[in-house]
Design a protein around this ligand. Structure first.
Ligand code: TXA
Ligand code: MG
Length: 320
């Protein structure tokens, strides 16, 4: 089992020795290793069972550190970096040769972000290399938002999890790039579209595609629980599953469906607060996935604030 603790010195020592650790950020926990070490990067792919065509995000402690790894950014991206870093935003930037093809899966851009978490920033500032860190879940499963989530699934494979408590945002970072002057969102996430558009004007949100994805996080079946996960109108679904005698769980936004007698249930935010719903989403999916039911019934949120990003995760979880 991995040790769980708050010791930055220990985390630094392990990373300097080429090992991987569980790494807290405000979005979700990462599985971190030295981004400049090919061995550590390969270990990340192996530990997660991640296909090597799915590139990693590189984390640094400040904007200034990034110029060592990327060429100067285009104006719009610079504005976004200044406004949102540290924070749940990842930018696709032209990489310098120091960033290996293993990190970027051979692309000429590297995904970079400065996370907004005090322990993560202290650790990054103490290191003389950046950290490559995908979400710390086995490939295709729900991202972790607490140390125990990593312990459950990857605890046998890594020595240490740096305990930064529960992630405050709970959705992965928004991924943004620019092509021929057009700002493009590759993954909806913890930085809201409206806030981004206030800075750079109208953005293009890439439609999801399960074939040949530009950003493989766009694979449809990503974030899937093990139990069957059905998205739709809860009352009608509950009626159907009740009639068939199947045990079901209900994952709802703000409504209480206990009168439908689910075997397990989770209300993401009783007050209909989108940020609270985002923060609870992945924990709730895990909890219901572990409950004694055969199917999880879930409903979409209104497409406002984080609703769009949450619906994106729910749809992928429901995709076969
Ligand atoms: O919030 C986050 O972004 C978390 C925390 C740990 O920072 N990390 C995370 O990493 O979600 P991961 O590996 O689970 O998702 C990274 C996504 C993948 O979908 C990958 O395909 C995409 O970023 N990506 C990475 N580099 C890319 C590039 N050069 N071009 C396009 N997509 C890229
Ligand atoms: Mg991931």
């Amino acid at each position: 089992m991995a040790q769980i603790g708050k010791d930055i010195g220990k985390a630094k020592e392990l990373l300097e020795a080429g090992q991987l650790i569980g790494f807290p950020t405000e979005t979700v926990y990462g599985l971190a290793g030295n981004a400049l070490s090919t061995e550590a990067v390969i270990k990340i792919y192996e530990t997660k069972n991640r296909p090597n065509f799915d590139p990693l995000i590189v984390h640094t402690g400040s904007i200034d550190q990034i110029s060592k790894y990327t060429y100067p950014f285009e104006g719009e991206l610079q504005k976004l970096a200044e406004r949102f870093w540290p924070g749940p935003l990842t930018l696709l930037l032209k990489k310098k040769p120091i960033i290996s093809d293993h990190v970027t899966s051979g692309l000429d851009t590297v995904a970079v972000r400065v996370p907004d978490h005090p322990l993560a920033l202290d650790l990054l500032k103490s290191l003389d290399f950046p950290l490559a860190a995908p979400s710390a879940n086995p490939f295709g499963y729900i991202s972790p938002t607490r140390p125990e989530h990593i312990q459950d699934q990857l605890g046998e494979k890594i020595p240490y999890i740096l305990d930064g408590g529960e992630c405050s945002v709970g959705l992965e970072s928004t991924i943004i790039g620019i092509e021929e002057g057009q700002v493009i969102i590759y993954r909806l996430g913890g930085t809201e579209i409206s806030a981004i558009e206030e800075i750079v004007g109208k953005v293009l949100i890439l439609p999801q595609s399960s074939s040949n994805p530009k950003s493989p996080g766009m694979l449809k079946s990503h974030y899937a629980p093990r139990k069957s996960f059905i998205l739709g109108e809860i009352e009608a679904l509950a009626e159907k599953y009740n009639a068939s005698g199947a045990k079901f769980a209900i994952l709802s936004f703000d409504k209480d469906y206990s009168d439908l007698e689910p075997h397990a249930s989770f209300i993401l935010s009783k007050t209909g607060n989108f940020a609270e719903a985002a923060k609870n989403l992945f924990s709730a999916m895990r909890l219901l996935d572990q409950s004694d039911v055969s199917v999880i019934l879930a409903e979409e949120l209104p497409e406002e604030h984080f609703g769009k990003a949450i619906n994106d995760r729910l749809r992928r979880a429901a995709a076969k």
